[in-house]
Ligand binder design. Structure first.
Ligand SMILES: Cc1cc2nc3c(=O)[nH]c(=O)nc-3n(C[C@H](O)[C@H](O)[C@H](O)COP(=O)(O)OP(=O)(O)OC[C@H]3O[C@@H](n4cnc5c(N)ncnc54)[C@H](O)[C@@H]3O)c2cc1C
Length: 414
């Protein structure tokens, strides 16, 4: 009998298993994949995620893998361009983009080192239920016999199409339709000083440096244009980069190193993340459009919250349900503003006049640009930044007048 079985061994599952094992719990971690293993995901780890990697003693391994720091950022929503650096957050001033083959392997190794039992190539087919509670898993290693394993709690860290969530019927909320589709690939020989993000009408572009001297470029279109995009992926991808400053030119001066990957399966949904004998972590419990690159950091945050809740609940210092409800509350409170921001961006609506006025007001103020980048990376609380008081501080009376004028113009155009 294990204290906890974790299904899924990537950013949510391995981190949760590692933290639980470090707290002395008996943990089994399983995944159908064998590592190193890639997954359909780009890999910007935002500043709060990097802070957690450092806290867990794993940032050195990420750096040693050759994943370069991105300290400089260009944000170009057109016609304005903001350039600057991140303000340090808990001593971290760079974002890293390790390949998932690298990051997920570092994490599963760390879980094993912490004392978790790890089974790779193990597929969970169903949950075991006893007296209305989840009490374990049934599954098999590829080609092996079916086995049953018991635990006091099963954590579903099995991704956005979570089998665990489906099996327990976890209720959903704040669900929105799929908004964007995303494609990405990797290039050699591309000149890139840091991270770059571009917003164009009905298009978003990102470019970040990653392992092996490669540059990852990401292109997002509205999901309703997926068929048109797929009709000629290479041409559509490159034409989108061509609209992003001189990025297309720089990419064409290099060489594409890998195939195009992408998906229109980018759901936006919260799930109730706990119930009798079960917990959901990472995308299994909350998934959002990847256009703002928050999923990995959110998975790390969930891992810490869940590990604390389970250690307290299973250790008897707090009722388990109460501790897990605290996880849900903290998760939702922190995520809702970013979820709203992300789904707004992924809906490709033209920018509001307020946004244009705000960006104009800060463009030549380096410390304010750093703060704005802090909002994008999740180190500056969004609610605080976009509060009327702070916006007024930034745009002043002249900015307010521009906003009013813009609103009047929009109303009369409508
Ligand atoms: C195109 C794209 C780009 C993205 N870019 C970024 C980005 O730049 N930055 C960022 O932070 N996030 C990004 N994301 C989001 C990020 O990929 C996810 O938030 C993150 O991978 C979620 O991690 P997870 O551990 O919860 O789940 P996953 O990474 O989905 O891992 C789930 C694991 O569970 C295993 N599993 C599932 N079912 C079973 C089963 N029945 N038995 C055994 N094992 C099972 C799977 O094999 C898998 O290994 C992107 C996503 C997409 C689609």
């Amino acid at each position: 009998m294990y204290d906890v079985i974790v299904v899924g061994a990537r950013v949510a599952g391995s981190s949760t298993a590692m933290l639980l094992a470090r707290k002395g719990l008996r943990v089994l971690l399983v995944d159908r994949a064998t590592f190193p293993s890639d997954t359909l995901s780009t890999h910007q780890v935002q500043l709060p995620g990097v802070v957690r990697l450092a806290r867990w003693g794993l940032l050195e391994r990420v750096i040693a893998s050759g994943a370069p720091p991105a300290r400089r950022v260009r944000f170009d929503p057109g016609p304005l361009v903001l350039e600057g650096s991140f303000a340090a957050f808990d001593g971290i001033d760079a974002l890293y983009s390790p390949r998932r083959t690298v990051l997920d392997t570092i994490l599963i190794d760390a879980a094993r080192e912490a004392g978790a039992e790890v089974r790779e190539g193990f597929v969970v087919d169903e949950l075991v239920l006893e007296d209305g509670r989840v009490a374990g898993i049934r599954g098999a290693e590829k080609g092996g016999a079916t086995v049953t394993e018991s635990a006091r709690v099963v954590v579903g860290a099995d991704g956005k199409r979570s089998m665990v969530a489906r099996a327990v019927g976890a209720p959903t909320y704040r669900e929105l339709p799929v908004l964007s589709m995303g494609f990405y690939t990797y290039w050699e020989g591309v000149d890139l000083a840091g991270g770059e993000m571009y917003a164009r009408p009905r298009r978003m572009v990102g470019a970040w440096p990653t392992n092996d001297g490669l540059v990852m470029t990401y292109v997002a279109w509205p999901v309703e244009e997926f068929a048109a995009f797929r009709a000629d992926v290479e041409r559509n991808f490159l034409e989108t980069l061509d609209a992003a400053g001189d990025l297309g030119e720089r990419v064409r001066a290099g060489r594409r190193a890998e195939r195009f990957r992408g998906s229109p399966d980018l759901p936006n949904v919260f799930r109730v993340p706990h119930g009798p004998g079960w917990v959901l972590a990472g995308d299994a419990g909350l998934t959002m459009d990847p256009v703002t690159g928050q999923g990995i950091g959110h998975a790390f945050r969930d891992a810490e919250l869940i590990a604390d809740a389970l250690a307290a609940g299973l250790g008897g210092s707090r009722p388990l349900d109460e501790a897990l409800e605290e996880y849900r509350r903290a998760r939702d409170e922190e995520t809702v503003p970013m979820y709203e921001f992300t789904t707004e961006i992924a809906s490709f609506r033209p920018p509001a006049v307020e946004q244009q006025v705000l960006l104009e007001a800060i463009a030549d103020r380096p410390s304010e640009v750093s703060r704005f980048f802090g909002v994008l990376t999740g180190s500056v609380p969004m609610r605080e930044y976009f509060s009327s008081r702070n916006v007024f501080r930034l745009i002043g009376l002249r900015g307010m007048a521009k906003v009013m004028k813009g609103r009047r113009r929009a109303r009369s155009a409508a």
